[in-house]
Design a protein. Structure first.
Ligand code: ATP
Ligand code: MG
Length: 455
């Protein structure tokens, strides 16, 4: 089990409490500092897994904390917290080596996934396992809340087909609950007691994805200092979730197809294949059939995966669920923050029902979480909602190039401003901008050499 902690640096007591509570509920150990000076004094490389620091603090700033930590341990991931509207500071911090940034106000879920991602990236760079690989936050039971006829029928149907080993392809917009459904299938299968392992094909750069999935032997390539099991082997007997499968490059698609057909994997650099028994669930938020037509996705793999097709309707197509989910999240977040459960004003109810919900249930959860905080337990009013932007799926920002602003520069600003609008959520930004998450990642790399990807 992992014994390292997360160091949280923030001058505001309420933020320190909120951050440690949410991280602890994920199974992390947390230490806090109320100032940069105290943090640097406490800091020891082998004691901490990640450092999370606020940017604006009296005395030593978050930037100075970042520099101080990087001096002692260049590999220590540091996540910086910035205020809404100060994306420039975030960019500066990334240039100075911050692993990522999160913008206030943010949701607990977003922070959790960011920490998990950063820890996973660090592990991949050979820091040794952390114990949070497939457990931690994700293993907390999450219930599917719905009263929509179509969804209820789908859940009923899935209960039946869960038992087979057939591959499942779950299609649905971002935030519709694809991962939740994947876990539901696993839970209802005979494999429920075996591992459920997820790989996000969009978050991991192509060259690393192969060894991430199939593993490698010691010495398979420069830097492979020890043997590493791939996710296929880690999921043995259980279920492997291939998230955002559309982003996998075509060469790797061919290898994946072989593995599925033969039920055996070749670790990189290994002589003999290893048999594996794994149930595959793939998810995508693009129309994969169209990718097949455009030759961006292999048709043979598509048919292999699409044995049990599942389509989750977007939230705007299940109007009944909007208010139903609101009530559920109102209860959840008022309980978490210890306030009474606020009511929704009539106007707010209408606004929520008529909104397009491009980010689906995830967005709704974030909106309610923030509204509960802002309303302080009183009735939720329109000004607590922040439903701006993204009307009809248009980009949330308007930018016009002029003669002294280059296309590159405009592109960069558009990406950053969109990221800011969606609080750093790269999946949503990619949908608004109409580019893949992988492209956003590459662009961010290009702009600031922010995330060191692979050797
Ligand atoms: N029906 C639901 N009931 C309760 N919570 C839900 C429901 N659907 C989604 N959620 C919540 O919304 C968030 C997003 O769900 P999930 O991660 O499963 O979506 P996704 O489709 O995989 O999104 P992405 O495409 O961005 O990966 C999660 O926090 C999940 O718990
Ligand atoms: Mg998902």
């Amino acid at each position: 089990m992992n014994t390292k902690s997360i160091l949280v640096v923030d001058d505001e007591p309420s933020m320190r409490i909120a951050l440690s509570e949410s991280l602890e509920s994920c199974g992390y150990k947390v230490e806090t500092s109320e100032s940069g000076a105290d943090a640097l004094e406490k800091f020891q490389e082998d004691k901490f897994e990640v450092v999370i620091t606020d940017m604006r603090m009296p005395g030593m700033s978050g930037m100075e904390v970042l520099r101080g930590i990087k001096k002692v341990s260049s590999r220590m991931p540091v996540i910086v917290i910035t205020a809404y509207g100060t994306v420039n500071t975030a960019v500066e911090a990334m240039k100075e080596g911050a692993a990522d940034f999160i913008m206030k106000p943010f949701s607990v879920g977003h922070l959790e996934s960011l920490v998990k991602k950063v820890v996973a990236e660090k592990d991949r760079k050979g820091e040794g396992g952390s114990g949070h690989d497939s457990k931690g936050c994700l293993s907390r039971k999450k219930t599917i809340i719905t009263r929509d006829e179509a969804m209820l029928a789908l859940l009923e149907l899935l209960k039946g087909v869960s038992k087979s080993k057939s591959s499942v392809l779950i299609q649905g917009e971002s935030g519709t609950g694809k991962e939740l459904i994947a876990r539901y299938i696993h839970r209802h299968s005979d494999r429920a007691k075996m591992p459920f392992v997820a790989v996000n094909c969009a978050a991991i750069p192509g060259n690393l994805l192969e060894s991430e999935m199939f593993g490698h032997e010691k010495g398979a390539f420069t830097g492979a200092s020890r043997r590493r099991l791939g996710k296929f082997e880690l999921a043995a007997g259980g279920t492997l979730l291939l998230d955002e499968i559309s982003e996998m490059d075509v060469q790797l698609q061919a290898k994946l197809l072989r593995v599925i057909q033969e039920s055996e994997v070749d670790r990189l650099g290994s002589e003999a294949p290893v048999p594996v028994d794994v149930r595959i669930i793939a998810t995508t938020n693009v129309d994969l059939k169209k990718y097949v037509e455009e030759k961006k996705f292999r048709d043979d793999l598509y048919y292999r995966l699409n044995v049990i097709p599942v389509r989750i309707p977007p939230l705007r197509e299940r109007r009944d669920d909007i208010v139903f989910l609101c009530e559920y999240f109102l209860e959840k977040y008022s309980q978490l923050s210890g306030t009474t459960m606020p009511a929704l004003s009539k106007k707010v109810e209408q606004m929520l029902e008529n909104y397009r919900w491009p980010g689906n249930v995830r967005e709704l959860e974030n909106v309610i979480e923030r509204a509960v905080l802002l309303s302080g337990g009183e009735t939720i009013l329109p000004e607590h909602l922040y439903l701006e932007g993204e009307k009809n799926g248009q980009p949330a920002v308007k930018l016009i190039a002029s003669k002294d602003v280059t296309l590159k520069e405009t592109e960069k600003r558009l990406i950053f401003e969109t990221l800011e609008k969606v609080e750093g959520n790269k999946t949503r930004a990619s949908e608004i901008l109409g580019i893949s998450v992988r492209t956003i990642r590459n662009k961010l790399n290009e702009y600031g050499k922010m995330v060191e990807v692979g050797g």
